[in-house]
Design a protein around this ligand. Sequence first.
Ligand code: HEC
Ligand code: HEC
Ligand code: HEC
Ligand code: HEC
Ligand code: HEC
Length: 354
Amino acid sequence: MISGRIVLLATLASGLFGLAAAQSAEPPRMPGPAPVPRRAHAAEENTRCEGCHADIAAEWRASLHKKAHDDPAYQRALAIEPLPFCRGCHAPEADPMRDPPPELGSLGVACTSCHGDLAHVLAAPRETPRSALHPVARDAAFASASACAHCHEFSFPDPDRRFAPLFMQSTASEHRASPFAGQSCAECHMPLVGEGASKHRSHRFPASRDPALLRASARITASRGGTGAVVVRIEPLALGHAFPTGDLFRRLAIRAEAVGPEQSVLSENVRYLSRRFGRGKGRDGRSIKVLTGDDRVMPGAPTVVTLSLGEKAEGAPILWQVAYERVEHPIEEDSDQAVVEGEVVLAEGTLVPP
Ligand code: HEC
Ligand code: HEC
Ligand code: HEC
Ligand code: HEC
Ligand code: HEC
């Protein structure tokens, strides 16, 4: 059964209304999903940006922002729920009501989606502004989480959510509640690269496909607990939000197994850290999706998980592993049945018997 990103499979129209309602409080002067002010020639305009800003363009072309629409993971998910709501964010340069023409779809989240067009290029304030070959509008908000929040935080789109938003992604609020609230998203995700005059903030935005970054985000250790148990400790490091954050089909998998003679498995156990959803009652008594749990690693304090392997594990070596996983199927249906699209092992080891 499919009960993915949107439970009451909203009609195409209510998908859009949901989006409009979520945004009416604060007009998206900062970058956000479509409908953006329509640019007649977004693809051409973007090619001009790329022509003059070659280093940044090369980084952007290798980023998930550029691939936001052509990304196979997104295309698979869109096939299940082909909503204007989705296209508005993953192909913001095109009309969300229909499949984007290839030249606009392949722009994904483009230079123009974040900076606007050449008549009005949005930029962060600078102590010593350089002269550009086009007008630049500097705005302090663009140097803050506001430059990202309209796309990286949003509710499920069904109309009930207007009164009780249920976040599909909540990276901006997680960031506000973290010890790194004073540091912008860009300070972590757009590090300064290059030398001298070509020094600039990187537009590569690596994250879920970057094993080194994922491994560096937490210090993970394990020890033996009472009667065949393993205690895994995940201490967040420079983590500006939950781990994992972003898309709802992400989780940490903590696995352990006790090993017997000839590599036989005496016992095993697994725990997933993620957001969990269930059913609750909406305003009119109808059944709606609600958040029933969230045990992701939160910045600021370690997460400690104890996995029990039973008495059989007492005198046996225990293998343990913590992995970051991107899964295809809804996590809440059956954790072990989820199809894993991508996995990065963050830490693993063997605990010998005492
Ligand atoms: C004709 C060449 C040219 C084109 C076309 C062009 N730029 Fe620029 N831009 C420059 C130069 C030169 C500067 C100043 C030096 C620098 O910051 O790289 C600049 C500066 C900027 C800055 C400000 C950097 C700062 O000082 O903070 C941003 C942002 C920017 N451009 C984005 C864009 C975007 C987005 C586009 C396409 C809509 C674009 N540019 C098109 C040449 C160009
Ligand atoms: C116009 C909407 C939009 C804006 C604005 C935006 N993003 Fe994104 N971002 C996306 C989408 C859509 C994706 C997912 C693309 C995909 O994988 O399909 C994404 C992906 C990412 C990723 C990669 C996630 C991964 O799984 O590896 C990072 C990191 C990221 N964004 C950070 C930022 C930061 C930081 C800002 C602000 C400086 C920002 N984004 C602004 C829409 C946006
Ligand atoms: C996901 C949003 C996003 C996309 C896509 C994006 N930018 Fe940026 N860009 C930013 C933000 C945010 C900053 C300012 C970061 C800061 O200084 O806090 C920035 C900074 C810049 C700067 C100044 C960099 C520096 O440090 O001197 C230039 C130039 C620029 N962008 C050009 C481009 C071009 C050209 C493209 C497309 C190839 C592009 N950007 C795509 C969000 C984006
Ligand atoms: C203190 C540094 C820091 C700050 C600030 C920060 N991030 Fe991250 N971000 C990380 C690290 C480390 C990871 C990799 C671990 C993870 O996935 O959570 C990451 C991962 C991500 C991902 C990948 C999703 C995933 O699978 O977890 C997205 C999207 C993202 N960040 C967006 C943002 C946005 C948007 C902001 C601002 C609202 C932000 N980040 C602020 C450090 C930071
Ligand atoms: C308001 C903006 C927004 C809307 C609406 C939106 N997304 Fe996303 N989506 C994002 C951002 C931002 C990310 C990146 C976060 C991350 O990587 O964890 C993302 C990531 C994803 C990913 C993971 C991509 C990957 O390669 O790992 C899938 C799949 C996805 N979205 C599908 C959808 C579908 C299907 C819909 C409609 C039901 C939708 N999205 C609606 C902003 C949006």
